[in-house]
Design a protein around this ligand. Structure first.
Ligand code: RB5
Length: 146
């Protein structure tokens, strides 16, 4: 799978570690946003990462900041982006199945590395549930109520 990983400075080390884990699983990974722990604004990381998905250059994305919240708020301002903050494996599975989430958001300051790896694996290995009710609800996320 083609993946884009983005973060601000608070998520930089967590992101590089998780991106390397994803590479070890065989994924094609690009990294955007902060390239060090120097201050970097999280909305800019979200914009850079979502641009890759919206342009069709990546299949799924991961966004990391201190809490996962700032990047998720900004990412979800882009039509077609469904970014979910997931603190557990179950949340990641349901975000993919029910919400067709295309971004996993994680909080580097709140997530243990092992948990992050397990949540990432669940997110990447779970497909979208195309049951009619989920399709209808996901269409409504983008304002399509027909
Ligand atoms: C940076 O200090 C922090 O505010 C940011 O990483 C993030 O947690 C915002 O939501």
């Amino acid at each position: 799978m083609r993946l884009v990983f983005g973060s601000d400075h608070a998520g930089f080390e967590f992101r590089t570690g998780l991106a390397n884990v994803a590479r070890s699983w065989g994924h094609e990974v690009q990294e955007v946003g902060a390239m060090s722990t120097e201050p970097y604004d999280y909305p800019d990381a979200a914009d850079a990462a979502t641009a890759e998905i919206l342009a069709g250059r990546a299949d799924l994305g991961v966004l990391i900041c201190g809490t996962g919240i700032g990047v998720s708020i900004r990412a979800n301002r882009h039509l077609g982006i469904r970014a979910a903050v997931c603190c557990s494996v179950d949340a990641a599975i349901l975000a993919r199945q029910h919400n067709h989430a295309n971004f996993l958001c994680l909080g580097a300051r709140l997530t243990q590395p092992d948990t992050g790896t397990a949540v990432l694996r669940a997110f990447l290995e779970t497909g979208e549930d195309h049951n009619e009710r989920h399709e209808r609800r996901v269409r409504k996320l983008d304002g399509n109520v027909s």
